[in-house]
Design a protein around this ligand. Structure first.
Ligand code: 3HC
Ligand code: NAI
Length: 697
């Protein structure tokens, strides 16, 4: 087999080229190839060595597909020590995304030259790991402790110029990296530049107090994730131990993380996110329609955020409102949001202005005639949506894609209001739409393949994570939220306080507790939805009586200053409210419920297994393409802790047999709404995990 690494001598400089598409990951063959080449350089006539990469990027990290399998020699830390030990000057030439083990490779070289567009960083924490090939020992020697810890704890890459300021890159060039690297190598040789081994640099001495403070800060930020704290422990080794010992400790801590459930979960999410972007049966290069201009109907909470997402990605946007006043209101919220981005340093004034200038307002449907894509985000009223789609059918050009941001309505019924249902689909954004990463792409029964392929690819351009859903009430995410919220409300009326429930869920890892989520979204939404249904279709009164009573008292949630909690009018701080408990007790008594003590374990199991059970039904019905898609929805759209891998992965980690037996127990105690999903019963009978089952589909 051809090696992905080649070696040649150019003008007496040895050039090692890694060519391992798509991202030059450090697979076994790459590690072996680099090691062989380094061995050759020892005795050939090269005067210096350049390591560079073909394709779109320098090495973007270790090969994650090899994680969890038995490691093969040469191990990366050993290879990097070998590069660093070279008696010839070794220069890394960086472009693209120089990440993780890729950046560690560069730091083991003696000098680093980078294209100005290159980005460098350590995303390992996002995989439940930290740099495990000398990064925790070498970075502090170059940048000092605090900058090193920040870089490795955030997981976010920095640009070449900033890397140069921090001492991580020696030279930045604007083009022809290969030529510039060859010239740089020749200059270093000509000037007799020393072989500068990072390991030999002194480490800044820091007080133990600095580590104590950093640990407290990281523990707060990490919210249950252990990798950042282990990283800190490894970095501390750079200060307290000789280099070799520090490396050994780093390796031990890295392996501990690699074997653990958090990294397994985060690696699952990494691949699930990429898998979710693929539609079964559609080739990767499926035909797509050209999208340049986007129309948005409705400039409220969602429309404004959707407009910003497209404008930020360079699209021309026309936002249509019902009249001038509503349009002014919508545009002024967008102005305020851009102002906030500038204030927080997310965008420069110029960048914000450029993006804002891409959004035009309109009140006349004719202004949408030339749009390539139109997204409707008006009130959740099925009749209104159908009227709008019929109107769009009349004004939009042939081939325009027509999307609805509906949360619950039937996309097929909306498509049927047009004479072109093949051009219609759902694009379900999450609030705030310019920030939240998830986009559920709802495929209608008649949605054309090229429409679907276009929107899945478009999602990536506007920096969203797309997941395809079939049509059903609430699609993937909100459909699952129903039983989850139901259990939250049932725990409340059966004995818990709002804060018992929210604290249990947050301590387990959810970004917010369910009752706080209810207050944020507005309790009136569910109230109105229920009011539209006949009583017998509203579900068990135990699961909504308290919420409805709150709404009837004007406690709509945060927007009215009170809901399950009250909110300080000045600070908006959430406060427990004895009045709520009185209502809960009153409603419980009216329904004949004797309240009892419910422990945190029961709260968590009921809420999470409610998600799991509904998720299994969704997979079985084919609404989601695969279990991993559901995990991506929950992690990116609903604040599910990524380090638990999403509800489906979590069920596999717990063990499906255990999950089933707890669900059966709940069924006996609480009733048939806990009937287990048939797929769960089947998998337990067949002794299969969900992941195994999914791999066979
Ligand atoms: N290992 C194996 N495969 C990888 C990979 C890696 N490190 N990084 C990306 N890939 C694969 C993806 O799975 C995807 O495969 P697919 O096409 O079959 O779905 C393909 O490469 C392209 O990836 P993206 O779709 O993500 O491409 P983008 O251009 O959008 O992004 C990227 C490129 C920024 C490099 C992004 O892929 C990324 O962030 N990759 C992960 C980088 C990373 O985490 N590196 C650290 C690894 S851990 C480590 O190095 C440990 C060390 O300290 C010892
Ligand atoms: P909103 O009430 O904030 O905004 C709706 C806007 O539509 C209003 O500004 C209104 O003036 C405008 N509008 C009404 N009729 C119109 C018409 N005929 N032509 C043009 N504009 C018209 O509502 P929100 O929250 O933005 O919701 C919009 C849609 O997005 C709904 O379908 C909702 O279910 C969905 N959604 C809402 C989420 C949320 O968290 N708010 C999350 C995801 C989806």
């Amino acid at each position: 087999m051809n090696s992905p690494v080649s070696y040649e001598i150019v003008d007496s400089i040895g050039v090692i080229t890694v060519d391992n598409p798509p991202v030059n990951a450090l697979s076994h063959a790459v590690r072996e190839g680099i090691l062989d080449a380094i061995h050759v350089t020892k005795s050939d006539e090269s005067r210096a060595v350049v390591i560079l990469c073909a394709g779109r990027t320098f090495i973007a990290g270790a090969d994650i597909t090899e994680f969890g399998k038995p490691p093969l020699e040469p191990y990366l830390p050993d290879l990097l020590n070998e590069i660093e030990a070279s008696e010839k000057v070794v220069i890394a030439a960086l472009h693209g995304t120089v990440l993780g083990g890729g950046f560690e490779t560069a730091l083991a070289c003696h000098y680093r030259i980078a294209l100005d567009s290159a980005k460098v960083g350590f995303p390992e924490v996002k995989l439940g790991l930290f740099p495990g090939a000398g990064g925790t020992q070498r970075v502090p020697r170059l940048t000092g402790i605090e900058a090193a810890v920040e870089l490795m704890a955030s997981g976010n890459p920095i640009g070449a110029a900033q890397a140069a300021d921090l001492g991580l890159v020696d030279k930045v060039v604007s083009d022809d990296l290969r030529q510039a690297a060859l010239e740089y190598a020749a200059d270093l040789v000509a000037s007799g530049a020393p072989i500068r081994r990072t390991r030999d640099l002194d480490v800044e001495a820091v007080d133990d107090g600095v580590f104590v403070a950093m640990q407290a800060e990281l523990a707060k930020r990490a919210r249950g994730q252990i990798a950042p704290l282990k990283m800190l422990e490894a970095v501390k080794g750079a200060v307290t131990m000789p280099f070799e010992e520090g490396l050994l400790q780093e390796r031990a801590l890295f392996w501990e993380l690699m074997q653990g459930s958090q990294s397994r979960a985060l690696r699952h999410i990494f691949f699930a996110e990429r898998e979710a972007a693929k539609i079964k049966g559609l080739p990767r290069d499926a035909t797509r329609r050209e999208i340049q201009s986007v129309g948005i109907i409705g400039g409220g909470t969602m429309g404004g955020g959707i407009a910003m997402s497209f404008a930020n990605a360079g699209f021309a946007v026309t936002m249509l409102e019902i009249d001038d006043e509503a349009l002014e209101r919508g545009l002024s919220i967008i102005d305020r949001n851009y102002g906030g981005s500038v204030k927080r340093g997310k965008l420069s004034e110029d960048q914000a202005k450029t993006c804002r200038d891409r959004i035009a307002g309109a009140t006349d449907y004719a202004s949408l005639a030339d749009c390539d894509l139109v997204i409707e985000a008006v009130f959740e009223d099925p009749q209104l949506k159908k009227t709008i789609f019929a109107k769009l059918d009349g004004v939009c050009k042939d081939g325009a894609i027509l999307a609805t941001n509906t949360s619950y309505q039937d996309v097929d019924a909306i498509a049927a209001a047009t004479g072109r249902p093949q051009d219609v689909l759902g694009m379900h954004f999450f609030s705030p739409a310019h920030i939240m990463k998830l986009l559920e792409v709802v495929r209608g029964a008649k949605t054309a393949d090229d429409v679907l392929a276009t929107v899945m690819a478009l999602a990536k351009k506007i920096r969203k994570v797309p997941v395809m859903s079939g049509v059903c009430y609430g699609f993937i995410g909100n459909r699952m939220l129903g039983p989850y919220m139901r259990e939250g409300q049932l725990c409340l009326i059966e004995g818990s306080t709002p804060s018992d429930i929210d604290t249990a869920m947050q301590e387990w890892g959810m970004a917010m507790g369910p009752l706080s989520v209810g207050d944020l979204a507005g309790l009136d939404i569910g109230y109105k939805a229920r009011a539209a249904l006949p009583v017998e279709e509203r579900g068990d009164p135990k699961s909504y009586r308290v919420s409805d009573a709150l709404v009837e008292m004007g406690r709509l949630g945060q927007k009215s200053g009170a809901g399950f909690y009250s909110y300080d009018p000045e600070t908006r701080k959430k406060l427990s409210d004895p009045a709520v408990l009185e209502i809960v007790e009153r409603e419980a008594a009216a329904l004949g419920i004797e309240r009892r003590n419910i422990d945190a374990g029961e709260i968590v199991d009921r809420l999470i297994y409610a998600l799991v059970n509904e998720g299994l039904k969704i997979v079985e019905e084919g609404i989601a393409q695969r279990p991993g898609d559901i995990d991506v929805v929950y992690v990116y759209g609903y604040g599910f802790p990524a380090w638990r891998g999403g509800p489906m992965h979590y069920a596999d980690e717990v063990g499906l047999e255990k999950v089933l037996s707890r669900i059966n127990e709940f069924r006996q105690r609480f009733g048939d709404h806990w009937a287990p999903a048939p797929l769960l019963v089947q998998l337990v009978e067949e002794d299969l995990t969900l992941a195994e089952w999914a791999a066979r589909q």
